[in-house]
Ligand binder design. Structure first.
Ligand code: SF4
Length: 110
């Protein structure tokens, strides 16, 4: 046993899941910041195979502006495919782009 149990900074909900987010400390800036999950490196999916994403995540080649004709967004938060459960400020949401859906395994495809 050992180590203190750390209390999350906040718990965010999206797609039926809960994501506890903890504060990390940046030595250089000398300030704390919320360490959101890194879905780009460690993808996670809803039961329907939709990928979770953070609003600050760098946009992918399938990104789409919210307003047709606008410049392409630089992050998922500005993408028309990004869906938030509760408020327009949720930092964690779901990508609804079919191109990014988790490919079905042979077993699941049956
Ligand atoms: S929300 Fe989906 S489609 Fe849009 S930039 Fe993010 S990953 Fe790409």
């Amino acid at each position: 046993m050992g180590g203190k149990s750390k209390k999350p900074y906040r718990v965010f909900r999206a797609g039926g899941r809960s994501f506890p987010v903890y504060l990390d400390y940046d030595e250089q800036l000398q300030e704390s910041y919320p360490a959101y999950p890194n879905f780009a490196d460690r993808p996670e999916y809803t039961e329907e195979g939709r990928p979770f994403a953070t609003a600050e995540q760098e946009s992918c080649p399938h990104c789409k502006p919210r307003v047709p004709g606008s410049p392409l967004p630089g992050d998922c938060g500005g993408c028309a495919w990004f869906y938030r459960d509760k408020s327009p400020y949720d930092p964690i949401g779901i990508c609804r782009c079919d191109q990014r859906r988790k490919p079905k395994t042979e077993e699941e495809g049956k």
